[in-house]
Design a protein. Structure first.
Lengths: 110, 114
């Protein structure tokens, strides 16, 4: 099984940087996903990490350390539209199932 | 347009009612999923279908009954639900069950059981 922890809420100012941490304790590991979910909308895919290191996609970056069971999502140059819930999800080693964290609600203030 | 469409968006039903949730994907994917999202809790995987065959049933109560008539459509039939079943029900699809395959989600059906 998987145990995935991420902070419940974070608040930041427009233009700033926010880092959302995710730690996991798993019986296996086959990759970590980050999703963004705006209120009342579908979760949308942001990133996938399976090897250690940093993956950068524009203003968003995701980092993975498999030895530490740790990932973070970095949001730079925050915009009001970045206010959303960010979901960390881990795929087990031996199957295709995704286990999700409870999500981190990020509020961006002017 | 997310590629995965769910109807209805909102549903209020009594505990003795029978209703169905519908999901349709326009992405040509082979795998479809039902998730339950309750407030402040992680998404819970309920059912997985691959090529129209159920490959996962995560100890879900029998009052939830899935149906996958073809690779583009997925239903969740509901009957004699309990108030604690009130939640957002999300459908998702993926190309296949590969480990690096991302899931595409629908916008969900907000279900309230009264």
């Amino acid at each position: 099984g998987q145990n995935i922890d991420q902070p419940t809420e974070m608040t930041a100012t427009e233009g700033a940087i926010v880092q959302i941490n995710c730690t996991y304790q798993t019986s296996g590991f086959n990759g970590l996903f980050w999703y963004q979910q705006h209120a009342g909308e579908a979760p949308t895919f942001l990133s996938y990490n399976v090897l250690d290191g940093l993956e950068e996609k524009g203003r968003f970056s995701s980092f993975l350390s498999r030895s530490k069971g740790y990932s973070y999502l970095l949001l730079k140059e925050l915009q009001m539209k970045d206010s959303a819930s960010y979901l960390c999800a881990v795929r087990d080693r031996d199957d295709y199932k995704l286990s999700f964290g409870a999500g981190t609600t990020v509020t961006v203030r002017a | 347009e997310t590629g995965v469409t769910q109807t209805p968006r909102h549903l209020v039903m009594g505990m003795t009612n029978k209703k169905s949730l519908k999901c349709e994907q326009h992405l040509g994917h082979n795998a479809m999923y039902w998730y339950k999202q309750s407030a402040k809790k992680p998404l819970e995987l309920m059912f997985v279908y691959s090529l129209e065959e159920r490959v996962e049933n995560n100890s879900v109560p029998s009052r939830f009954s899935p149906e996958c008539p073809n690779s583009s459509h997925l239903f969740l039939h509901l009957h004699t639900l309990q108030p604690e079943d009130s939640a957002l029900y999300l459908c998702a699809s993926s190309q296949d069950l590969g480990i690096d395959t991302e899931a595409f989600f629908g916008q969900g059906t907000r279900l309230t059981v009264v």
